[in-house]
Design a protein around this ligand. Structure first.
Ligand SMILES: [Zn+2]
Length: 606
């Protein structure tokens, strides 16, 4: 009965069924009829008692386990690189190669900073992971396994390598459990949730500080934080944040991947709000790139030395690995040879098996030797002085490396990510003024101002001053080219990507203010019909730039004819009052960037 009544829910169900089927229930103390009220009362009580008993039993066991864990005496499974002695003491794996491999993985992580980087480098060097067989006939034997991502991930997250005893890393959550499968329902607890943490409990491969650093790095590698290196020419994809709303700005490419813009449209995409801000990417990338190069200059020499030392250390380690493997293979050969020599030659059955094993060991050793020779051939053990100089030159010349045509964008992104945590961008209203805060890794902050190209002159923060200056120069009697030259000399900047004013732009600025300007056009001697205008005249009348009118002309939006004059052919555009109105409306209609639909090619064109 105590076995059946582990859960009162099941127990009462059973009683109900037994009552319906008129079944009697018996135990050591007697026989009960579930239909009888008194018997039923006793049965219910017995069920409650046995459930309570089970609970007390469980609690005592658990309390004992937890008390043991608090003292650090509860035996936890040891990860690779450690073994537990029969006495219960945990030591580093006595196998030197196993120890070296574990240490190598942590060093590789310090160098590459990503799990993928460690995995690739370990695979490239042909390094395998040392595992101790947990159960079975060969329990405790060292086997070498192919490295994989999840094993390396567990290894980097495991606090035992920093010498810490931790209990409660994977607590069970009742909701996640699958019935009948006791190992399910585990989740990963954060370090603050660990029930027991005893530092310096085991022999350590890394320091606790390094362990914490590794955890931070692994966390930062996740997309949600800084993000991985993106494809595409943007240097700052994933690093730019909006100064207005604090959300991350997306890098968007237009014009077949050549035009880059940073846009803050999370508010719009996620909440259906208005679009926040956006700016052309080129100038921002250039600014941050220049700041990064500036930051790198004084450190150039140290970096070069560090790189040289790193490469050499890596070479040495790989070499050490090879020595271990060769030693191991030689040992296997000798061990296989010993029983073969010891066996009596007449005992052919055994001798044959032993001989085959010896031969296999010999073949394995030979294969390793050949691999080693290949390794030596492709990778010299030490860096030659020429190599060292090349590295120094490269490191001291990062600006050249940065600007080199062959440098992929991904590498520039990688350089930036070594230094910059994120960049906060704030566009001042609609204007060309952009405030940029570069937040460097380590907490330092640099502020800079950026001038972005804007679409219209009115967006410029100095538009009123510009108009006033042009009007003043005009009042002094200067002509258009002279005004343009003066503006350029005084450092005024037009709206779009050009950096200087031209006479044409000055003419437009004058026209906006209603300052009359008579273009020096020999328009009078053109033979024209009614309602025909030259492009310059239309510009004056409608206030539409001549370039726009010409573009419309090319697109076939205007009715026009070409006449030949003494100097060059000229266009005459027909426009009566209605047509002039149409053109004004056309000008005021917002532009939409519609791509022409792909044209379908019919078969008979082939
Ligand atoms: Zn925003």
């Amino acid at each position: 009965m105590s076995r059946l009544a582990r859960s009162n829910r099941d127990w009462h169900q059973l009683l109900e069924v037994c009552a319906l089927c008129e079944t009697l229930i018996g135990d050591l103390d007697g026989v009960y009829d579930p239909r009888d009220y008194n018997d039923r009362l006793v049965l219910g009580l017995k069920g409650t008692m046995s459930e309570a008993e089970l609970h007390v039993l469980k609690q005592r066991l658990l309390a004992g386990q937890q008390a043991k864990a608090r003292r650090g005496e509860l035996r936890l499974r040891v990860p690779m690189g450690y073994v537990r002695r029969p006495s219960g003491e945990v030591i580093k794996d006595p196998d030197e190669q196993a120890q070296a491999v574990i240490a190598l993985i942590f060093e590789q992580f310090a160098r590459h900073g990503t799990l993928g980087g460690v995995l690739r480098s370990v695979v490239r060097q042909g390094i395998q992971l040392p595992c101790r067989v947990a159960a079975g006939l060969n329990k405790g034997d060292l086997v070498w396994r192919r490295p994989n991502q999840s094993t390396l991930k567990n290894l980097l997250h495991h606090p035992m390598y920093a010498g810490a005893y931790v209990y409660g890393r994977r607590p069970t959550e009742a909701r996640r459990k699958h019935p009948g499968r006791p190992a399910t329902g585990r989740r990963v607890a954060t370090p603050t949730e660990w029930q027991v943490l005893l530092k310096d409990h085991y022999p350590a491969y890394i320091t606790w500080a390094q362990f914490e650093r590794n955890q931070r790095q692994l966390e930062a590698n996740c997309n949600a934080v800084q993000g991985a290196i993106r494809r595409g020419p943007s240097l700052l994809a994933g690093l730019v944040r909006c100064g207005h709303c604090g959300l991350r700005m997306a890098a968007a490419y237009s014009n077949n991947g050549t035009g880059l813009r940073y846009m803050c449209h999370q508010e719009k995409n996620v909440y259906g709000g208005p679009r926040c801000q956006s700016l052309v990417g080129g100038p921002l990338d250039k600014l941050v790139g220049a700041l990064v190069l500036q930051a790198l200059e004084p450190a150039a020499l140290e970096i070069s030395l560090q790189v040289a030392a790193d490469v050499e250390a890596e070479r040495r380690q790989v070499h050490q690995q090879w020595t271990y493997r060769l030693e191991r293979a030689q040992y296997a050969v000798e061990r296989a040879a010993r029983p073969y020599h010891a066996v009596e030659p007449e005992n052919r059955l055994v001798a044959r098996t032993l001989e085959r094993q010896w031969e296999e060991a010999l073949a394995e050793a030979e294969r390793l030797q050949a691999d080693y020779a290949r390794f030596l051939a492709v990778q010299p053990t030490t860096l030659s002085s020429a190599e060292r100089d090349a590295i120094r030159r490269l490191a001291s010349d990062i600006p050249a490396l940065w600007r080199a045509q062959g440098t992929p964008d991904a590498e520039r992104q990688a350089i930036i990510r070594q230094l910059v945590d994120h960049v906060v961008v704030t566009v001042q209203g609609e204007s060309e003024q952009v405030t940029v805060h570069v937040h460097w890794l380590g907490g330092h902050r640099t502020e800079a101002t950026l001038l972005r190209p804007v679409a219209r002159l009115e967006q410029l923060s100095y538009y009123p001053q510009l108009l006033a200056r042009v009007a003043a120069l005009y009042a002094q009697g200067a002509d258009r080219p002279t005004i343009a030259q003066t503006l350029n000399r005084e450092g005024w900047r037009p709206a779009k990507r050009t950096t200087t004013f031209s006479a044409l732009m000055v003419g437009r600025l004058l026209a906006r203010q209603g300052l009359r300007y008579v273009p020096p056009v020999q328009a009078a001697d053109l033979a024209r019909e009614a309602h025909e205008w030259t492009l310059q005249e239309l510009e004056q009348i409608l206030g539409i730039p001549e370039e726009t009118l010409y573009a419309w002309l090319c697109q076939g939006r205007l009715t026009a004819r070409q006449v030949t004059t003494a100097s060059h052919p000229r266009w005459l555009i027909w426009a009566d009052a209605g047509e002039l109105d149409r053109l004004r409306t056309l000008r005021n209609t917002p532009r939409t960037w519609k791509r022409p639909a792909p044209r379908q090619t019919s078969m008979d064109e082939f």
